[in-house]
Write a protein that binds this ligand. Structure first.
Ligand code: FPP
Length: 271
């Protein structure tokens, strides 16, 4: 948090918003559905690729802000298993931009102590993209700050299928298939995000009210924040607004508000 305050101009709106954030109640993990690149480009009579290219600047600023805030994890939805339905030229552009991002941003990620990781069916990526991605992941492996998960060729349902298949394969190999009994911890420990706390805050840009097959298991109790801002326009100030909004929420996780349970805590007559 201190690292963020020191780069914000005194008296600026960003500085005021950041000053209003309670550093003790920051979301540990923010997940973002980066939507609206195509519409951003269309509004400017530009090709869709220009929207994706501009989206990289928003990625850079968001990663840096989360690192400066001291968050534990940021997960960015960069390419879904369904995005293969897009024209080949657009898919190729996305791979090209990912490689540009990795080459250009790696020094910045290292400087901010960011540990990069990739989640999704990485085996389905073009070889050169996968190799470059895994090399970038490897070169940040010892970093201990913000964990940035890039969700690539990712689908929430695919992740659950992969987790269950991995569990079945392990049990088969161990000869324990007959007695295998699944529980929530076992499934969670076989997800791509194993070991990372579930997202507290899910942000979607461009005003769409959908979760689009993103982190279906992990967002069970995430607070959802939708902004009309298109992803390429998403800046530090938008992230600060989302976090402030998150801090106003009353998170009950299926329970009741603290202090409101006096009556409810009295023994209830059983039928
Ligand atoms: C959704 O907008 C965005 C994507 C499918 C791709 C996101 C990619 C980037 C932000 C750039 C590269 C990312 C990284 C991590 C380097 P859309 O195309 O569906 O927009 P639309 O709904 O307005 O058409």
């Amino acid at each position: 948090m201190k690292a963020l305050l020191e780069v914000l101009a005194p008296g600026s709106e960003e500085r005021t918003l950041a000053g209003a954030i309670d550093p003790k109640r920051l979301p540990a993990h923010v997940a973002i559905i980066m939507d609206g690149n195509g519409r951003w480009a269309k509004r400017r009579n530009l090709p869709r690729a220009a929207g994706h290219k501009a989206g990289i600047d928003a990625v850079r600023e968001t990663v840096e802000t989360c690192a400066r805030l001291g968050l534990k994890a940021l997960t960015l939805y960069a390419f879904s298993v369904e995005n293969w339905k897009r024209p080949r030229t657009e898919v190729d552009t996305l791979w090209r931009l990912l490689r540009i991002y990795l080459r250009r941003e790696l020094p910045v990620l290292l400087k901010h102590n960011v540990r990069l990781s990739a989640i999704g069916r990485l085996g389905g990526l073009p070889d050169s993209v996968r190799q470059e991605l895994l090399a970038a992941v490897e070169s940040t492996a010892a970093k201990t700050g913000l964990r940035v998960n890039l969700a690539i060729n990712y689908g929430g349902r695919a992740e659950l299928v992969d987790a269950v298949n991995a569990l079945l394969a392990e049990a088969r190999a161990a000869g324990t298939l007959g007695s295998l009994c699944l529980d929530e911890d076992l499934i969670a420990s076989h997800l791509y995000t194993a070991g990372v706390p579930d997202p507290d805050l899910l942000i979607r840009t461009s005003g769409e009210m959908r979760v689009s097959n993103f982190l279906l298991w992990q967002i069970a109790y995430a607070e959802i924040y939708v902004t009309d801002t298109l992803w390429p326009d998403f800046r530090r100030i938008d992230l600060l607004r989302a976090i402030l909004d998150y801090q106003k929420r009353d998170r009950r996780f299926g329970g009741i508000k603290a202090g409101a349970g006096l009556k409810a805590a009295l023994p209830v007559a059983q039928p």
